[in-house]
Design a binder for this molecule. Structure first.
Ligand code: UDP
Ligand code: GLC
Length: 381
């Protein structure tokens, strides 16, 4: 089966890292068409996955766009849609991995008479999308797609609640290449390189963005005097004001010596292995949360904000801890519990590692997707 994957982002976010893994088995019979250039194109090239940037201009529609702004971008979209329709004649399926990819992929699928699959990586709610965009997602998916692959039951349910067709949706969790998360003997060396000594280190791995809630962890840190925090990740989508705000918050609270911003890193498993605890602090429901599973696979204890897909990943007190979104004091309790009862934290992390290895194995999730795609093709006859 030949697949034309489409993704709107040039940046390497979670949806793109998931796509990289989904596309790997098809590398000799697929193309990833990007609607913007950037580090993700470079990553795909390094991994030998065919990629083309399909437009030189950024598409101006944002997650919170209104109808007027949406309509004004149509003129810009038409040549792009024509190009995708033309390209897709050489492929059996169009696989849209993001919302803007769904918009252009839907019309191209009609023009080229190819089935459309939509991989939904989002919670389709007002926390994340304007009303217009929610309507657009469900209308296009209902009308044009043969299959919607949701990254969690929470994402699937939000799609249905917004008017999406339940019969189109199948849940497939993100899968992970287990080898990448095992045996990081260099973790101690990395601690040394970062001059962390034997401090208790909480890692936060996420792009810097208000809804990812880095400010909640900084607030918690003021109540945990002997804890150091590492923020790993960059502002991917122009959230510079928030970055500024975080630096100010750290300075005002007088904790600059206990907070490090490491920027975007490509050695996540090594960094996670080195941490005593990984914290996930999203203030809006997280659709899935790759970083949570990655921490589990590394055998590092995890505390995560209990909303969206997160509650499907962690069993509280058994494979990690769930904390109410935005609740800094509850986070403090959990950090302190982890510090004072390290054996219990290690046992929970061990349990999490076993559970995550079974539930989020890339081989299994890729088989699930292959099976669903076969079904789409055979349903078309
Ligand atoms: N990540 C990374 N380098 C960084 C920060 C994050 O490679 O500096 C990766 C992280 O390991 C995870 C992904 O980016 O695989 C983020 O995915 P997640 O689902 O947690 O959140 P998203 O940003 O997609 O909402
Ligand atoms: C999106 C979501 C994130 C999810 C990722 C992979 O980027 O925000 O929660 O883990 O896609 O499905």
């Amino acid at each position: 089966m030949k697949i034309l994957f489409l993704d709107q982002s040039g940046k390497t976010g979670g949806a793109e890292l998931c796509l990289l893994d989904v596309a790997k088995p098809y590398r000799d019979r697929c193309l990833i068409g990007l609607l913007a250039d950037g580090s993700f194109r470079e990553l795909l090239e390094q991994q030998g996955i065919p990629v083309q940037v399909l437009t030189g201009q950024a598409i101006p529609v944002q997650k919170d766009s209104n109808l007027l702004k949406g309509l004004s971008s149509i003129g810009q979209l038409l040549p792009l849609i024509g190009r995708i329709a033309q390209l897709s004649r050489d492929y059996d399926v169009i696989y849209a991995n993001t919302q803007k990819a769904l918009v252009v992929g839907a019309i191209a699928s009609l023009l080229a008479n190819r089935p459309l699959v939509y991989h939904l990586h989002d919670i389709v709610s007002s926390d994340h999308f304007s009303t217009v965009n929610r309507t657009l997602i469900v209308s296009l998916a209902n009308r044009f797609s043969s299959l919607v692959i949701a990254n969690s039951h929470a994402s699937a349910d939000s799609f249905v609640a917004a008017g999406g067709n339940r019969d189109h949706v199948k849940v497939v969790y993100n899968g992970f290449d287990l080898k990448q998360y095992q045996h990081h003997a260099d973790a101690a060396q990395m601690r040394q390189a970062l001059s962390l000594g034997d401090r208790f280190v909480v890692g936060h791995f996420s792009r810097l963005s208000p809804w990812k809630g880095q400010h909640v962890l900084i607030e918690a840190l003021t109540h945990c005097p002997d804890v150091t925090v590492l923020f790993v990740g960059d502002a991917l989508f122009g959230e510079q004001d928030y970055v500024e705000q975080l630096h100010q918050q750290v300075e005002q609270m007088g904790i600059s010596d206990r907070v490090r911003f490491l920027g975007f890193r490509s050695d996540i498993p090594q960094l996670m292995t080195m941490c005593d605890l990984v914290a996930h602090t999203s203030t809006a429901p997280e659709p899935f949360g790759r970083v949570i599973v990655e921490a589990m696979l590394c055998g590092t204890p995890i505390v995560a904000a209990a909303a969206g897909g997160v509650v499907e990943l962690i069993e509280n007190d058994k494979t990690g801890w769930l904390s109410p979104p935005g609740d800094a004091l509850k986070l403090v309790d959990i950090i302190q519990q982890c510090q004072s009862q390290p054996e219990q934290a290690t046992a929970i992390a061990h349990q999490a590692q076993q559970s995550a290895s079974q539930r989020f194995n890339l081989e299994t999730t890729n088989q699930q997707i292959a099976h669903l795609l076969q079904q789409v093709m055979s349903d078309r006859g």
